[in-house]
Design a protein. Structure first.
Length: 446
């Protein structure tokens, strides 16, 4: 380590450090001024390792638990005495995926670092109550003055008990981003009741019971969350048991939160029905820049109508598109001319379309839809499909632009960049090769 003067991050496994933990600690201690992050995966088999010894006190201990923004590392905390628990942690992710019940330890560790925590992610499948997070052992309220991002994942039975006994307490006064899978976000006892003015991003994973609670408490009103700019909805189970006739009606209800604030990003994991109503729903939110509908199969005309209705839209994610019913008197080979004359140009800011497919998707139809949208949207420069379908998509496009009517799409194909769903913008060489092939194919067709 002494030969690496610019070392910034250290990632280590128990197997690598168990044999010589003291030498490992000594080397890290000597590098404390340089090291920004140390990530370790701890398991029950190495709880005897004195990782939290006095040798790791001070600024280095605080750095050990500062996880990267992309959170690619998870740290699993094992039982430790209070005097060895680190303080000054700013970002913490805890999980029980190893099967150990560490919720009590995690809550205790979070409270101990309440004054410095900025991000807290908790993934406990058996977590029932977060009261220990916001109340100390004596029952007094705990405040997290710096926490701006909070995530509870895989905790469907999460509850908050007896919090109404602290009517003036706001445990998360600067919370900006909340991700939660429980309807108890909405109750009278919720610890989030004081965050209407601070929340900027809200991720909800809802079931029918949660929606009923949401409606009963009328949380989303036109003046309820003036700063909210991103709404993401997930679905657990069917929503048909609610009083909403369609998923679209439910989505319209939730989006009403943005009546006084410009909602910039909307993601819906719902398989939306009543798709003819989509444009009126989203058209009321002209500020939307990113729209994710990964489980909603749209017709070509729905896609074009959405792009036209949302002047600031730059990024759209949809499921397998179809041509739908053709306009009266228009044949398929006349579609490019019809789209160009009826829609083009639209989507001044529209740059990126991510298309989801399945094993039954007709990639020739997907290719036609992509070319037609590109024809209507002159600024579209990136289309992504699942990695396994990318070569097939290009093969279909190569053939399509040689046919009557679709030859006029060739110039657009020369400028389009096609990426894979899982590695968007990362496979540079492959992307360059595909673009070169598209240019050559388009040149032959012209």
């Amino acid at each position: 380590m002494s030969r690496l003067p610019h070392m910034a991050d250290i990632l280590s496994s128990p197997q690598e450090i168990k044999s010589n933990i003291r030498a490992f600690v000594r080397h890290i201690k000597g590098m404390a001024p340089l090291v920004k992050k140390v990530a370790m995966t701890l398991t029950a088999s190495i709880v005897d390792i004195p990782l939290y010894s006095d040798e790791l006190r001070g600024s280095l201990v605080r750095q050990i638990f500062q996880l990267a923004d992309d959170r690619e590392y998870n740290v699993y905390y094992q039982p430790m005495s209070m005097d060895l628990q680190p303080t000054g942690i700013r970002e913490m992710i805890v999980s029980d995926k190893n099967g150990d019940d560490i919720s009590e330890l995690a809550m205790q560790l979070a409270r101990r670092n309440a004054s410095t925590l900025q991000f807290l992610g908790i993934t406990f499948s058996r977590l029932k109550d977060i009261s220990p997070l916001i109340k100390d052992s004596a029952g007094r309220p705990v405040q997290y003055p710096c926490l701006h991002k909070l995530r509870f994942a895989n905790s469907p039975d999460l509850r908050i008990s007896h919090y109404a006994s602290f009517p003036g307490a706001v445990p998360f006064p600067v919370l900006r981003s909340l991700n939660i899978t429980s309807e108890y976000f909405f109750g009278d006892e919720t610890p989030f009741r004081g965050n209407a003015q601070t929340l900027e991003r809200l991720d909800l994973d809802l079931n029918a019971r949660a929606v009923s609670v949401l409606k009963a408490h009328r949380i989303f009103t036109p003046i309820s969350h003036p700063r909210l700019g991103c709404v993401k909805l997930g679905q657990r189970g069917e929503l048909t048991q609610t009083s909403f006739a369609t998923d679209v009606e439910f989505l319209r209800f939730v989006l009403s939160v943005g009546a006084t604030a410009p909602v910039r990003e909307v993601y819906s994991m719902l398989g939306l029905r009543g798709l003819h109503s989509l444009v009126p729903v989203f058209g009321d939110h002209a500020s939307i820049q990113v729209l994710g509908l990964p489980y909603s199969p749209l017709q070509l005309w729905d896609v074009l109508a959405l792009i036209k209705a949302l002047p600031l839209l730059s990024d759209l994610q949809t499921f397998f598109p179809s041509l739908g019913s053709l306009p009266a008197g228009v044949s398929e080979k006349q579609l490019p001319t019809y789209v160009r004359e009826t829609y083009s140009p639209i989507g001044e800011h529209f740059r990126r379309w991510r298309i989801g497919t399945s094993g039954s998707s007709d990639m020739e139809v997907v290719a036609k839809c992509a070319l037609l949208v590109a024809l209507a949207c002159p600024n579209l420069d990136y289309a992504a499909v699942p990695e396994m379908d990318r070569e097939l998509l290009m093969a279909h496009m190569k053939e399509i632009i040689t046919k009557d009517g679709f030859r006029q799409c060739a110039p657009r194909l020369r400028r389009l960049l096609f990426g894979g769903w899982r590695n968007t913008f990362t496979s540079v060489q492959k992307a360059k090769a595909i673009r070169a092939m598209a240019r050559a194919t388009a040149a032959q067709a012209e």
